[in-house]
Design a binder for this molecule. Sequence first.
Ligand SMILES: [Cu+2]
Length: 163
Amino acid sequence: MSLRHLIALIAGVALIGAAYAHDYKAGELQVGHPWARPTVPGQPSGGAYLSIENKGKTGDKLVSVASPVAKSAEIHTMSMEGNVMKMREVGSIDIKPSEKIAMQPGNGYHIMLIGLVQPLKVGDKVPLTLTFEKAGKLEVSVYVEDKSAGKGDGKDGMEHMQH
Ligand SMILES: [Cu+2]
């Protein structure tokens, strides 16, 4: 095998590895693919995203989030008001039976990591603890991924600067 083939193979495996979803369970709740955007040095905060699906028959609530990479973590929601993107803290997220919450940049819920103690670099895996009212605590690993590449959506960091 030539070196070029070997590099292509390694790159292919790395891509598969990055794209592979990682899921967690807490009772009837399934948490899918926690990830965060990379941050530049000095950026005070960053956004993390994941999905929560309630496969049970009773509702639950995400009541708090915490990570050792940030001084504090908050649950935020983001929405367009006219031409202005507004972000605000919400105390909790209700997850009704059969409901799926899908966090994503630019709209709806996200987790805000405030007061980063280190920049988030692509390839990092950072711990995040989710606390649910009924299902209790769930520790997940947040993969730092550059999903904005090629989408022309690089303004998230600026929005987060406004905190
Ligand atoms: Cu935010």
